[in-house]
Design a protein around this ligand. Structure first.
Ligand code: GTP
Length: 299
Protein backbone atom coordinates (compact mmCIF):
# COMPACT_ATOMS: atom_id res chain seq x y z
CA UNK A 1 0.00 0.00 0.00
CA UNK A 2 1.20 3.49 -0.76
CA UNK A 3 1.36 5.78 2.24
CA UNK A 4 0.35 9.42 1.98
CA UNK A 5 1.44 11.98 4.56
CA UNK A 6 0.30 15.58 4.81
CA UNK A 7 2.80 17.80 2.95
CA UNK A 8 4.86 14.86 1.70
CA UNK A 9 6.27 15.33 -1.79
CA UNK A 10 7.24 12.72 -4.29
CA UNK A 11 8.04 12.34 -7.94
CA UNK A 12 10.18 11.07 -10.74
CA UNK A 13 13.43 12.59 -11.86
CA UNK A 14 15.46 11.84 -14.91
CA UNK A 15 18.88 12.94 -16.04
CA UNK A 16 20.01 13.90 -19.48
CA UNK A 17 23.38 14.95 -20.79
CA UNK A 18 26.10 13.90 -23.14
CA UNK A 19 27.70 10.53 -22.39
CA UNK A 20 30.19 10.51 -19.54
CA UNK A 21 28.80 13.56 -17.75
CA UNK A 22 28.50 11.56 -14.53
CA UNK A 23 24.87 10.49 -14.39
CA UNK A 24 25.58 7.08 -12.91
CA UNK A 25 28.11 8.52 -10.48
CA UNK A 26 25.54 11.03 -9.30
CA UNK A 27 22.90 8.39 -8.72
CA UNK A 28 25.37 6.27 -6.81
CA UNK A 29 26.38 9.26 -4.70
CA UNK A 30 22.77 10.15 -3.94
CA UNK A 31 21.77 6.65 -3.07
CA UNK A 32 25.00 5.87 -1.27
CA UNK A 33 25.37 2.40 -2.67
CA UNK A 34 26.85 1.08 -5.85
CA UNK A 35 23.73 0.20 -7.79
CA UNK A 36 24.27 1.78 -11.15
CA UNK A 37 27.23 0.76 -13.18
CA UNK A 38 29.78 3.43 -14.03
CA UNK A 39 32.77 3.32 -16.27
CA UNK A 40 34.98 5.77 -18.10
CA UNK A 41 33.72 4.51 -21.45
CA UNK A 42 30.67 6.33 -22.82
CA UNK A 43 27.25 4.72 -23.06
CA UNK A 44 27.52 2.35 -20.18
CA UNK A 45 23.94 2.93 -19.22
CA UNK A 46 21.45 0.96 -21.28
CA UNK A 47 18.43 0.20 -19.19
CA UNK A 48 16.26 2.45 -17.13
CA UNK A 49 16.87 1.96 -13.46
CA UNK A 50 14.77 3.38 -10.72
CA UNK A 51 16.73 4.38 -7.70
CA UNK A 52 14.83 5.67 -4.75
CA UNK A 53 15.89 8.35 -2.28
CA UNK A 54 13.58 8.77 0.70
CA UNK A 55 13.77 11.63 3.21
CA UNK A 56 11.35 12.59 5.99
CA UNK A 57 9.60 15.05 3.73
CA UNK A 58 10.00 13.57 0.26
CA UNK A 59 10.67 10.61 -1.96
CA UNK A 60 12.70 11.00 -5.13
CA UNK A 61 12.59 8.27 -7.73
CA UNK A 62 15.44 8.52 -10.21
CA UNK A 63 15.34 7.08 -13.68
CA UNK A 64 18.73 6.63 -15.26
CA UNK A 65 18.41 7.23 -18.98
CA UNK A 66 20.94 6.39 -21.63
CA UNK A 67 23.16 9.22 -22.82
CA UNK A 68 21.82 11.35 -25.61
CA UNK A 69 23.99 11.14 -28.70
CA UNK A 70 23.75 10.74 -32.42
CA UNK A 71 22.67 7.17 -33.19
CA UNK A 72 24.99 4.93 -35.24
CA UNK A 73 22.96 1.73 -35.34
CA UNK A 74 19.63 0.28 -34.23
CA UNK A 75 20.82 0.00 -30.69
CA UNK A 76 21.80 3.67 -30.75
CA UNK A 77 18.42 4.73 -32.15
CA UNK A 78 16.70 2.88 -29.37
CA UNK A 79 18.88 4.54 -26.74
CA UNK A 80 18.16 8.03 -28.01
CA UNK A 81 14.43 7.42 -28.36
CA UNK A 82 14.19 6.12 -24.82
CA UNK A 83 16.07 9.11 -23.47
CA UNK A 84 13.78 11.75 -24.95
CA UNK A 85 10.52 9.88 -24.39
CA UNK A 86 11.18 9.66 -20.68
CA UNK A 87 11.32 13.45 -20.31
CA UNK A 88 7.58 13.96 -20.71
CA UNK A 89 6.67 11.52 -17.97
CA UNK A 90 8.72 12.90 -15.11
CA UNK A 91 8.45 15.77 -12.62
CA UNK A 92 11.96 17.15 -12.89
CA UNK A 93 14.69 16.84 -15.51
CA UNK A 94 18.34 17.26 -14.57
CA UNK A 95 20.50 18.42 -17.46
CA UNK A 96 24.06 17.38 -16.58
CA UNK A 97 27.04 19.21 -18.02
CA UNK A 98 30.77 19.12 -17.42
CA UNK A 99 32.07 22.12 -15.45
CA UNK A 100 35.49 21.77 -17.04
CA UNK A 101 34.16 23.08 -20.34
CA UNK A 102 31.96 25.98 -21.45
CA UNK A 103 28.73 25.06 -23.25
CA UNK A 104 29.59 23.24 -26.47
CA UNK A 105 27.93 21.85 -29.57
CA UNK A 106 26.81 18.68 -27.83
CA UNK A 107 25.10 20.66 -25.08
CA UNK A 108 23.48 22.89 -27.69
CA UNK A 109 22.20 19.78 -29.50
CA UNK A 110 20.51 18.60 -26.32
CA UNK A 111 19.16 22.05 -25.51
CA UNK A 112 17.49 22.10 -28.94
CA UNK A 113 15.93 18.69 -28.35
CA UNK A 114 14.37 19.74 -25.04
CA UNK A 115 12.92 23.07 -26.16
CA UNK A 116 9.31 21.87 -26.18
CA UNK A 117 9.43 20.10 -22.86
CA UNK A 118 7.16 21.39 -20.09
CA UNK A 119 8.83 19.55 -17.24
CA UNK A 120 10.99 21.83 -15.05
CA UNK A 121 14.67 21.52 -15.90
CA UNK A 122 17.64 22.12 -13.59
CA UNK A 123 21.08 22.51 -15.10
CA UNK A 124 23.53 20.49 -13.03
CA UNK A 125 27.12 21.65 -13.39
CA UNK A 126 29.03 18.50 -12.45
CA UNK A 127 32.75 17.85 -11.80
CA UNK A 128 33.35 21.20 -10.07
CA UNK A 129 36.20 19.52 -8.19
CA UNK A 130 38.22 19.87 -11.38
CA UNK A 131 38.09 23.67 -11.61
CA UNK A 132 39.01 26.70 -9.49
CA UNK A 133 36.43 28.85 -7.67
CA UNK A 134 37.11 31.66 -10.16
CA UNK A 135 36.47 29.37 -13.12
CA UNK A 136 33.36 28.12 -11.38
CA UNK A 137 31.70 31.51 -11.06
CA UNK A 138 32.47 32.12 -14.72
CA UNK A 139 30.96 28.76 -15.71
CA UNK A 140 27.79 29.37 -13.72
CA UNK A 141 27.20 32.60 -15.60
CA UNK A 142 27.96 30.98 -18.96
CA UNK A 143 25.53 28.14 -18.39
CA UNK A 144 22.82 30.44 -17.04
CA UNK A 145 23.08 32.53 -20.16
CA UNK A 146 23.23 29.46 -22.37
CA UNK A 147 20.22 27.63 -20.97
CA UNK A 148 18.08 29.99 -18.93
CA UNK A 149 17.65 27.20 -16.36
CA UNK A 150 18.65 27.39 -12.69
CA UNK A 151 22.29 26.22 -12.44
CA UNK A 152 23.35 23.99 -9.56
CA UNK A 153 27.09 23.28 -9.20
CA UNK A 154 28.05 19.89 -7.75
CA UNK A 155 30.69 17.22 -7.67
CA UNK A 156 29.07 13.82 -7.88
CA UNK A 157 32.42 12.14 -7.31
CA UNK A 158 33.35 14.12 -4.19
CA UNK A 159 29.78 14.42 -2.94
CA UNK A 160 29.86 18.23 -2.99
CA UNK A 161 26.64 20.26 -2.79
CA UNK A 162 24.37 17.26 -3.21
CA UNK A 163 22.03 18.44 -0.44
CA UNK A 164 21.45 21.68 -2.31
CA UNK A 165 20.63 19.71 -5.41
CA UNK A 166 18.16 17.46 -3.61
CA UNK A 167 16.52 20.50 -1.96
CA UNK A 168 16.16 22.15 -5.35
CA UNK A 169 14.56 19.03 -6.81
CA UNK A 170 12.14 18.65 -3.90
CA UNK A 171 10.92 22.22 -4.45
CA UNK A 172 9.61 21.17 -7.84
CA UNK A 173 7.98 17.92 -6.74
CA UNK A 174 4.22 17.78 -6.29
CA UNK A 175 2.60 16.55 -3.11
CA UNK A 176 2.30 12.83 -3.42
CA UNK A 177 2.49 9.40 -1.87
CA UNK A 178 5.43 7.26 -0.94
CA UNK A 179 5.69 5.09 -4.06
CA UNK A 180 8.21 2.69 -2.58
CA UNK A 181 9.03 1.45 0.92
CA UNK A 182 11.41 3.87 2.67
CA UNK A 183 14.21 1.30 2.87
CA UNK A 184 14.14 0.42 -0.79
CA UNK A 185 16.82 1.80 -3.05
CA UNK A 186 16.18 0.13 -6.36
CA UNK A 187 13.35 -1.78 -8.02
CA UNK A 188 15.59 -3.65 -10.39
CA UNK A 189 15.89 -7.36 -10.08
CA UNK A 190 19.06 -8.61 -8.52
CA UNK A 191 19.69 -10.56 -11.71
CA UNK A 192 19.88 -7.42 -13.75
CA UNK A 193 22.34 -5.82 -11.36
CA UNK A 194 24.47 -8.96 -11.37
CA UNK A 195 24.54 -8.89 -15.18
CA UNK A 196 25.54 -5.23 -15.10
CA UNK A 197 28.37 -5.95 -12.67
CA UNK A 198 29.77 -8.58 -15.04
CA UNK A 199 29.43 -6.22 -17.99
CA UNK A 200 31.20 -3.52 -16.01
CA UNK A 201 34.20 -5.80 -15.45
CA UNK A 202 34.35 -6.60 -19.16
CA UNK A 203 34.36 -2.88 -19.95
CA UNK A 204 37.06 -2.16 -17.42
CA UNK A 205 39.36 -4.99 -18.40
CA UNK A 206 39.13 -4.95 -22.17
CA UNK A 207 40.01 -2.20 -24.56
CA UNK A 208 38.10 -0.54 -27.37
CA UNK A 209 37.71 -3.76 -29.41
CA UNK A 210 35.02 -5.16 -27.19
CA UNK A 211 32.84 -2.77 -25.14
CA UNK A 212 29.99 -1.85 -27.45
CA UNK A 213 29.40 -5.42 -28.50
CA UNK A 214 28.89 -6.91 -25.07
CA UNK A 215 25.67 -8.10 -23.50
CA UNK A 216 25.36 -10.30 -20.44
CA UNK A 217 22.57 -12.73 -19.78
CA UNK A 218 22.01 -14.52 -16.49
CA UNK A 219 21.02 -18.08 -17.37
CA UNK A 220 20.63 -19.36 -13.86
CA UNK A 221 20.81 -17.85 -10.42
CA UNK A 222 19.89 -19.97 -7.48
CA UNK A 223 20.89 -20.41 -3.87
CA UNK A 224 22.22 -23.90 -3.38
CA UNK A 225 23.15 -25.81 -0.26
CA UNK A 226 25.52 -24.37 2.37
CA UNK A 227 24.41 -20.81 1.69
CA UNK A 228 26.13 -20.75 -1.64
CA UNK A 229 24.80 -18.89 -4.65
CA UNK A 230 25.26 -20.44 -8.06
CA UNK A 231 25.20 -18.06 -11.00
CA UNK A 232 25.63 -19.07 -14.62
CA UNK A 233 26.01 -16.17 -17.02
CA UNK A 234 26.71 -15.80 -20.72
CA UNK A 235 28.67 -12.91 -22.14
CA UNK A 236 27.62 -12.26 -25.73
CA UNK A 237 29.97 -10.72 -28.25
CA UNK A 238 29.60 -10.13 -31.97
CA UNK A 239 32.77 -11.61 -33.35
CA UNK A 240 35.09 -14.56 -32.83
CA UNK A 241 38.04 -12.22 -32.37
CA UNK A 242 36.20 -10.58 -29.47
CA UNK A 243 35.52 -13.94 -27.94
CA UNK A 244 39.24 -14.62 -28.09
CA UNK A 245 40.02 -11.36 -26.32
CA UNK A 246 37.50 -12.03 -23.58
CA UNK A 247 38.74 -15.51 -22.90
CA UNK A 248 42.37 -14.50 -23.09
CA UNK A 249 45.49 -16.61 -23.09
CA UNK A 250 44.83 -19.84 -21.22
CA UNK A 251 41.50 -18.37 -20.12
CA UNK A 252 43.23 -15.74 -18.04
CA UNK A 253 41.05 -12.78 -19.02
CA UNK A 254 37.80 -14.59 -18.34
CA UNK A 255 39.15 -15.73 -15.01
CA UNK A 256 40.02 -12.15 -14.07
CA UNK A 257 36.57 -10.92 -15.11
CA UNK A 258 35.01 -13.65 -13.01
CA UNK A 259 37.14 -12.94 -9.96
CA UNK A 260 36.40 -9.21 -9.94
CA UNK A 261 32.71 -9.70 -10.68
CA UNK A 262 32.35 -12.33 -7.98
CA UNK A 263 33.80 -9.98 -5.38
CA UNK A 264 31.23 -7.30 -6.17
CA UNK A 265 28.38 -9.78 -6.44
CA UNK A 266 29.20 -11.24 -3.04
CA UNK A 267 29.24 -7.72 -1.66
CA UNK A 268 25.81 -7.11 -3.13
CA UNK A 269 24.14 -10.38 -2.23
CA UNK A 270 26.05 -11.03 1.01
CA UNK A 271 26.39 -14.70 0.17
CA UNK A 272 29.34 -16.68 -1.09
CA UNK A 273 28.97 -17.14 -4.82
CA UNK A 274 30.06 -19.54 -7.52
CA UNK A 275 30.17 -17.70 -10.80
CA UNK A 276 30.12 -19.77 -13.97
CA UNK A 277 30.95 -17.56 -16.97
CA UNK A 278 30.55 -18.43 -20.63
CA UNK A 279 31.36 -16.45 -23.75
CA UNK A 280 29.27 -16.83 -26.89
CA UNK A 281 29.36 -15.22 -30.30
CA UNK A 282 26.08 -13.89 -31.58
CA UNK A 283 26.73 -12.23 -34.90
CA UNK A 284 25.59 -8.60 -35.14
CA UNK A 285 23.13 -8.89 -32.26
CA UNK A 286 22.86 -5.14 -31.98
CA UNK A 287 21.24 -5.00 -35.44
CA UNK A 288 18.71 -7.72 -34.71
CA UNK A 289 15.31 -6.78 -33.32
CA UNK A 290 14.62 -10.22 -31.86
CA UNK A 291 17.92 -10.29 -30.02
CA UNK A 292 17.47 -6.79 -28.63
CA UNK A 293 14.09 -7.83 -27.32
CA UNK A 294 15.36 -11.02 -25.82
CA UNK A 295 18.20 -9.30 -24.02
CA UNK A 296 15.83 -6.74 -22.55
CA UNK A 297 16.69 -3.70 -24.65
CA UNK A 298 13.22 -3.50 -26.19
CA UNK A 299 9.86 -3.49 -24.45
N1 GTP B 1 36.39 14.54 -11.31
C1 GTP B 1 35.13 14.08 -11.40
N2 GTP B 1 34.85 13.03 -12.17
C2 GTP B 1 33.57 12.59 -12.24
C3 GTP B 1 32.52 13.23 -11.52
N3 GTP B 1 31.38 12.59 -11.80
C4 GTP B 1 31.69 11.59 -12.65
N4 GTP B 1 33.00 11.57 -12.93
C5 GTP B 1 33.74 10.64 -13.79
O1 GTP B 1 33.25 10.73 -15.12
C6 GTP B 1 33.23 9.44 -15.75
C7 GTP B 1 31.84 9.11 -16.28
O2 GTP B 1 30.94 8.96 -15.20
P1 GTP B 1 29.57 8.09 -15.34
O3 GTP B 1 28.84 8.31 -14.07
O4 GTP B 1 29.86 6.72 -15.78
O5 GTP B 1 28.88 8.90 -16.54
P2 GTP B 1 27.45 8.67 -17.23
O6 GTP B 1 26.96 10.02 -17.56
O7 GTP B 1 26.59 7.80 -16.38
O8 GTP B 1 27.89 7.93 -18.53
P3 GTP B 1 26.95 7.15 -19.60
O9 GTP B 1 26.63 5.82 -19.00
O10 GTP B 1 27.87 7.08 -20.76
O11 GTP B 1 25.74 7.98 -19.86
C8 GTP B 1 33.73 8.46 -14.70
O12 GTP B 1 35.10 8.23 -14.91
C9 GTP B 1 33.49 9.19 -13.39
O13 GTP B 1 34.36 8.80 -12.36
C10 GTP B 1 32.86 14.38 -10.68
O14 GTP B 1 32.05 15.00 -10.01
N5 GTP B 1 34.18 14.74 -10.68
Amino acid sequence: MMETKEGFRSGFITMIGRPNMGKSTLINALIGEKMVITSDKPQTTRNRIHCVLTRDDAQLVFIDTPGIHKPHDKMGEYLVKTAYESLNDVDVVLFLVDAKYPPGKGDQFILNQIQGIKTPILLVLNKIDLITPKELSERIKEYERFSGFPVIPISALKGQNLDTLVDAIVEYLPEGPMYYPADMITDQLEQFIVAEIIREKVLHLTRDEVPHSVAVEIEEMAERSNDKMYIRATIYVERNSQKGILIGKNGRMLKKIGQLARKDIEGLLAVSTYLDLWVKVKKDWREREDELKRLGYRE
